[in-house]
Design a protein around this ligand. Structure first.
Ligand code: SF4
Length: 706
């Protein structure tokens, strides 16, 4: 008998923003095996613990398999009609701003594109925001005000080519493990390469660091302003680059002089010698990459932190050249893609700008849309406030669980419960959010979905299906398209496949737009189904008629996307917020652990992954633990002004004194009283709208059951 050769499908990991290529093989008995794709330029065959456990997470337990209306099973037609009718009626009675979509960095570009098109071009409001607001909005805002566009000016390869890599607020070892592996391998090969970690915690990432700066929470603006001043004093600026390719240097430097060395030491909590050593090394090394992530972004001063970092690179001309540049890494698999299609409430598709009348007009003409949103919509935190106070009367949540991930989670849950009409389209049938939906729509999961995602280095890769869709699950783009048609927009939503949507998105990116925008994938505008199927990973810009370049090197010669093509140095004067008080004397920092993803709806299925850290915990410095009479493994009550949780104490000197850390993953489903979002107030960065998830005033006490 002839043996069947299993088919190998090239796809992309659905977890973090590294965007690793995966080879998925389904055996004759239906078992799935995954391994790293050796040809994928993000990972070259590597996978981390989460990626390599993917096969353990694709079972159907907990899946939402059929549409439901008010708790009863319904057919697709009835469910889609209900959604379309209710949204149309709400808009007719209360206007377009009475509805909202809260979407996700888990969506593929094609899903994201159609939902954004429906909202901004056909419903006529920008009340669509994404959970990526929680992970990278401050980087977007910082890029836009410096470069005139949301452009990540580097690639993973730059980390390997650098002589100094500064990691700020980034536990790369746990949160972007394959990129960390690439960095660690490069450092092992070139021991002269230096790594500096700036983070209040001594995370696993610091294990390869030559220097760890245990900075005080939100001390980053002071540290990098001080660096700019030092570079000026030491004569280490690139005067030609500043003069030819930037504006705003004098103002930025004047702001940077605000603190002397004693002031910087006081605000950063670092000793003068450590700061001086960091400044000396940065000044003396030409090839510097500064990597930053949630520790920078998730802050009420996040955008200013990003600007302070970018200022140092612009002032030294260390941008756009191999091994140099500021480099933000995104949390989710398609956070970057959401930025490209306008998934944020303050952007249009193809990186066009809602505040720009010419962009709005161009967008409307391309879509042949009856309307175009004229103003930015509600960002995530404000959106749920609007749900709470009744301004939003119909809400569609796609592929995310805001009750367990938004700040002030209990308020978010109360708001969703009281909202007159809530639709949730998701893979899972039971989360703290799904249970409040009037209409539940079963979405296709990873392995069943078909489309593209974009990783942190602007590389678009295919997610290809290799599993049958179970029950009546459907792709998100199909669900939105069907609702749009039922709302009367059939002509503008003719899509029969994700390839058609991708082709339209690519055509839009080049539409009267060439040469003035960073995001351009016009080379793929005419792609057909076969071309889409065979699409290999590529980085943008990928302009029609140009040889594709791997990197954005034109920033080395200016070419920014501002009217005068010069970058802007932005003066930043914000100080670290003081939130602690006598009643709440400690700072709570929240974040990820190595082997879990978000609210554990997938990784929680893998026993292997759950063995790493089996329950929620609070990291406490031994000195603080002694102060509060807490021993290792005690149960601890952590209390903020918003609420309280009870978690296990983990005493470690990796933790900074005066700060504690609780992971973000555990929900009520997995651990009663372990849901850390309950403690976080809805404080945001006023520029980016990103919540300050890493700086919450709390107190701790040993917990004893009554
Ligand atoms: Fe997936 Fe990120 Fe791990 Fe790569 S590093 S395998 S993208 S979770």
């Amino acid at each position: 008998m002839e043996e069947t050769v299993p088919t190998i499908t090239k796809t992309t990991c659905p977890y973090c923003g590294v965007g690793c290529g995966i080879l998925a093989t389904v055996g004759a008995d239906g078992t799935l095996a995954v391994r790293g794709d050796p040809d994928h330029p993000a990972n070259f065959g590597r996978l981390c613990s989460k990626g390599s456990a993917l096969a353990e997470t694709v079972d159907l337990e907990g899946r939402l398999l059929f549409p439901e209306i008010d708790g009863r099973r319904a057919g697709w037609d009835e469910a889609l009609d209900r959604v379309a009718e209710t949204f149309s009626r709400t808009i007719a009675e209360h206007g377009p701003d009475s509805v909202a979509f809260y979407v996700s960095g888990q969506l593929l570009n094609e899903d994201y594109y159609v939902v954004n098109k429906l909202m901004k071009g056909f419903i006529g409001t920008a009340n669509i925001d994404t959970n990526s607001r929680l992970c990278m909005a401050s980087s977007v805002a910082g890029h836009r005000r410096a470069f005139g566009s949301d452009t990540v000016p580097g690639s993973y390869r730059d980390l390997e080519l650098a002589d100094l890599v500064v990691l700020v607020g980034s536990n790369l070892a746990w949160c972007h493990p394959v990129l960390y592996q690439r960095l660690a391998a490069a450092k092992a090969e070139r021991p002269e390469m230096k790594v500096i970690v700036v983070d209040p915690r001594r995370t696993m990432t610091a294990d390869i660091a030559d220097q760890h700066l245990a900075i005080a929470p939100d001390g980053d603006v002071a540290l990098f302003n001080g660096l700019l001043a030092h570079l000026a004093e030491a004569g280490e600026l690139d005067e030609n680059y500043i003069a030819e390719h930037t504006t705003g240097f004098a103002e930025a430097l004047a702001a940077a002089w605000r603190l002397d060395m004693d002031g910087i030491a006081a605000e950063t909590g670092l000793d003068r010698a450590s700061i001086a050593e960091f400044y000396r090394l940065f000044a003396a090394t030409e090839k510097v990459v500064t990597v930053y992530s949630q520790g920078v972004n998730q802050s009420s001063v996040g955008t200013d932190k990003v600007s302070a970092i970018i200022n140092c690179h612009l002032a030294t001309g260390r941008i756009g050249r191999p091994g140099m540049g500021p480099f933000s890494v995104t949390g989710q698999p398609n956070a970057m893609g959401g930025r490209e299609v306008g998934g944020l409430a303050n952007m249009l598709a193809a990186h066009m700008d809602i505040d720009n009348a010419a962009d709005r007009e161009r967008m409307q003409r391309f879509w042949r849309a009856p309307v175009i949103t004229s103003a930015p919509g509600l960002k995530a935190v404000d959106m749920f406030r609007a749900v709470a106070d009744g301004r939003i009367k119909a809400l569609w949540i796609m592929a995310t669980n805001p009750v367990d991930s938004m700040p002030d989670g209990d308020m978010v849950e109360t708001a969703i419960r009281a909202c007159p009409f809530v639709v949730v389209s998701d893979v899972v049938g039971e989360t703290d959010t799904v249970r409040h939906a009037h209409v539940k729509l079963p979405a296709a999961a990873w392995g069943e979905k078909d489309g593209t995602v974009t990783n942190s280095e602007r590389r678009m890769s295919r997610q290809r299906p290799f599993l049958p869709r179970p029950g009546e699950a459907k792709p998100d783009w199909w669900i939105v398209t069907e609702v749009a048609r039922r709302m009367g927009f059939a002509e503008a939503f003719p899509y029969a496949s994700p390839a058609e949507i991708f082709a339209e998105h690519a055509a839009l990116s080049a539409f009267e737009n060439h040469g003035t925008r960073d995001f351009d994938i016009g080379a793929h505008a005419g792609i057909d189904a076969a071309g889409f199927d065979a699409l290999a990973p590529f980085q943008w810009p990928a302009r029609a008629g140009e040889t594709p370049a791997d990197d954005i090197r034109f920033f080395a010669e200016g070419g920014f996307f501002t009217p005068d093509r010069k970058a802007r140095l932005v003066p930043v004067t914000t100080t670290a917020p003081a939130r602690t008080s006598e009643g709440f004397p400690l700072v709570l920092n929240t974040g990820r652990v190595r082997d879990q993803w978000h609210t554990m709806t997938r990784t929680g299925k893998s026993q292997r992954l759950s063995q790493h850290l089996a329950e929620p915990f609070v990291e406490i410095h031994p000195t603080d633990a002694a102060t509060y009479g807490i021993a290792d493994a005690d149960l601890v009550r952590v209390t903020s002004a918003r609420g309280a949780i009870v978690v296990r104490a983990l005493l470690t000197s990796r933790q900074r004194e005066g700060s504690i850390f609780v992971p973000m993953h555990w929900t009520d489903q997995f651990a009663a009283d372990g849901r850390v979002d309950r403690l976080v107030p809805p404080i945001i960065d006023s520029t980016s709208g990103q919540p300050a998830l890493k700086h919450v005033a709390v107190r701790i006490a040993r917990f004893t059951a009554a």
